[in-house]
Design a binder for this molecule. Structure first.
Ligand code: GLC
Length: 719
């Protein structure tokens, strides 16, 4: 029966009953109407009682992959595991911006950048949904710290809110169409997110066209009638005894109409329909693929001739985290998992000569015996009191005994490799004398094998930092406005992470977008071609002159020269797999959507002077092209328009050359049949580009006159 038909036949109390959960983790269950939607946390594995699920590499690690296809692949596997576990809807991904390294839930989030977050989360959501599992993108919005999260009052200017904190939600909602959005515990500009009509109606529904269900975070609803009046569809967990009478009262008071309620019921029943109509699928979790994707996401921060390790080397592994790695963060995301591999056991499959000392304190005797080893590999991990829901980190350091151990080892051995397990940016000075530094974040069930594959070179790490690693917390732009229990003012505006560090020239330990590989990638034949007013084609050839297959990550940034905007913002990126000894052309295309931005509450197209940059990180720009961005204003097309406007624009170029190429050659080379290319010489190119169209009449040997010129202008205007 059609949903609207069902709704017509429902009693009002049954409708109100559906607006609150059935129990702690299910909803939309009513005899004869709907059989229910079973939910479970994510976002990095489906929480089951029997611990049968896979713990996938954590979001902080998958973000470091910068690999849309990897995130899609993981989404497929996770979506399929949900089905097997009888879970209809995964409570994830979590896509809040990493505003400050101390935020307890950063491990569950992607990045300090909304473009990277939105692109990867969209593919992850798409993969999950293709398996017939619904997704709930969270936490909308401004859930950027855990201390006092139930009562946080976030004050953020609209431009910053839109361009930084909502942008990833906008991308995922418009590109991946998730089934549910979870309203956060925070108040945003004075209104609780669960009752915030600006967020839930104006932005989410009216502007972005979101058609799914808006759910509260658990127990986040403060004022029931206000919440349901201002955009909430579903209160979780279930609370019918209180909620139904309260909503009946709200109806009696005219605060809520039955028509509004019917809209909510329709969205809930459509969700239930979606999860019940599961497509056929053969997707299963492939441990080998997962192990490879995990290893590819690792970020190689330092390698001074020590990695990859050799099977024949005499190795010492130090630290019990080599045997019992921390594979996930704490809180609702934490799940019992069927198995977890150990880096040490997996390393010993490569090299039986791995000696092992679990302790982080080595006796003088053990230290003096270090010289018999070719290399020392030490595993460090932040304390279990770090990286959890409900409270923030106190610092960004590894435990003192571990950092002291690394410093001691570096004093006694010249080839120390450090492997890090953490969920967000850490202080790395302790490893300044180590020769190798590998960031593995929380690597999930297959992390042990992935670490061994990365260390021994079976898989070249190809990750890039999705968050800046500061030298110290004092450098963090939001530091003065973080951690308070109540009022948080986002005074730093959009200057978060690399947007702050690169604008003010603040040195970081490791910058956003940074990462090494075992491949000796060369980036050649770089071309930044303008194909329209807001269209660009950035291409290059990536050469891999090493003995390792690998993946390069190319990043495109927009450089602004305005003092009121961050110097750099990521526009797009691509991952390029290049086999050993091979080469591959990479192309990134930009269009208008890359140059949209909110200013004073309106979505505008950037105009003015910028530079489009191709980069390997936010601090390693390979090439840049200075551009003036202006909306195509046909009224500026006339006889005086500089010829360059047409030559730079694929839409007009061919027509312009048809009429002016001969005249240009006469001007540039004195002969209309000359073979020279005027665009290859800077003086000629810039002169021609800046000369008004009509000036070429004089060089056209009579082929052009005022009349003809008028016809050409009219033709150009019609293109
Ligand atoms: C929690 C979290 C949210 C989670 C929900 C259900 O408080 O904030 O991410 O999905 O409750 O466990």
């Amino acid at each position: 029966m059609k949903v609207k038909e069902i709704i017509k036949r429902m009693k009002i109390e049954d409708k109100l009953r559906l607006l609150t959960g059935y129990d702690g983790f299910s909803a939309v269950r009513l005899d004869g109407v709907a059989t229910g939607v079973q939910m479970a946390d994510g976002p990095n594995g489906v929480k089951t009682k029997d611990g049968s699920a896979t713990c996938f590499p954590y979001t902080c690690l998958m973000a470091s992959s910068w690999d849309r296809e990897s995130c899609y692949e993981l989404g497929k596997m996770l979506g399929a595991e949900c089905r097997t576990a009888g879970v209809d809807l995964l409570l994830g991904p979590a896509i809040n911006i990493k505003r400050h390294p101390l935020c307890g839930r950063n491990f569950e989030y992607y990045s300090e950048d909304p473009v990277l977050t939105g692109a990867l989360a969209s593919r992850f959501v798409k993969g999950i949904r293709e398996e017939g599992t619904a997704t709930c993108v969270k936490h909308f919005a401004c859930n950027n710290q855990e201390n006092g999260r139930w009562a946080l009052e976030c004050t953020v200017d609209d431009d910053t809110l839109r361009n930084l904190y909502l942008k990833a939600f906008e991308t995922v909602v418009t590109q991946a169409k998730p089934d549910m959005i979870m309203a956060s515990y925070s108040s945003v500009n004075g209104v609780p997110a669960t009752e915030n009509a600006y967020l839930l109606k104006t932005v989410l529904r009216e502007e972005w066209g979101f058609e799914g269900v808006v759910v509260s975070d658990w127990c986040a609803v403060e004022n029931l009638s206000s919440a349901f009046q201002n955009g909430l569809d579903l209160e979780m967990p279930g609370n019918a005894k209180i909620t139904v009478p309260a909503l009946q009262k709200a109806m009696e008071n005219g605060v809520l109409t039955e028509a509004e309620i019917d809209g909510k019921i329709e969205r809930l029943l459509r969700l239930e329909r979606f999860v019940k109509e599961k497509p056929q699928t053969a997707t299963v979790t492939d441990g080998e693929v997962l192990r490879k994707r995990t290893a590819e996401a690792f970020v190689l921060l330092k390698n001074e001739g020590v990695l990859p390790l050799l099977r024949t080397e005499k190795l010492l592994v130090v630290g019990w985290r080599a045997e019992s790695p921390r594979i996930q963060g704490g809180g609702c995301a934490e799940l019992k998992t069927k198995s977890q591999s150990s880096p040490l056991a997996e390393m010993r499959k490569y090299n039986e000569n791995c000696d092992y000392i679990p302790a982080y304190e080595l006796s003088a005797e053990k230290l003096s015996a270090l010289k018999k080893y070719d290399k020392v590999v030490v595993f460090v991990c932040v304390s279990d009191k770090n990286d959890s829901e409900a409270f923030d980190r106190k610092d960004i350091c590894f435990p003192a005994e571990q950092t002291a151990c690394v410093e001691t080892l570096c004093r006694h051995h010249e080839k120390v490799v450090v492997v890090m397990q953490n969920g967000s940016a850490v202080e790395t000075r302790f490893a300044e004398n180590a020769k190798g530094l590998l960031e593995t974040y929380y690597a999930g069930s297959y992390g042990g094998g992935a670490v061994a594959d990365a260390l021994f070179g079976k898989t070249s790490p190809a990750g890039r930092l999705a968050e800046s690693f500061p030298l110290s917390l004092s450098q963090v732009s939001s530091n003065a406005n973080f951690g308070a229990k109540k009022k948080i003012v986002y005074e730093e505006r959009e200057f978060v992470g690399y947007r702050y560090y690169t604008t003010y020239g603040v040195k970081t330990a490791y910058p956003f977008g940074f990462g090494l590989t075992y491949c000796d990638f060369k980036t050649e034949e770089i071309e930044i071609k303008r194909t329209g007013a807001y269209e660009f084609e950035i291409s290059c050839v990536v050469k891999n002159e090493s003995a390792f297959d690998g993946k390069e990550t190319l990043q495109v940034y927009l450089q602004s020269f305005s003092p009121f905007q961050p110097k750099l913002r990521l526009l797009d990126f691509c991952k390029v797999a290049v086999e050993k000894g091979g080469k591959k052309r990479a192309v990134i295309r930009l269009d208008k959507s890359h140059f949209e931005r909110y200013e004073n509450g309106k979505k505008i197209l950037l105009t003015g002077k910028y530079a489009v940059c191709l980069a390997k990180s936010s601090e390693e720009i390979l090439a840049e092209e200075r551009v003036t961005l202006e909306e195509e204003n046909l009224s500026i097309i006339n006889e005086k328009t500089p010829l360059g406007f047409f030559l730079c624009n694929e839409k007009y170029r061919a027509t312009a050359l048809k009429y002016f190429e001969k005249a240009i050659k006469v001007w540039a080379f004195g002969d209309e049949n000359a073979t020279g290319d005027f665009e290859k010489e800077e003086f000629l190119k810039n002169s021609v580009y800046n000369m008004p169209m009509r000036s070429f009449v004089y060089f056209a040997n009579g082929a052009l006159d005022e009349e003809k010129l008028k016809k050409i202008v009219e033709e150009l205007k019609t293109l």
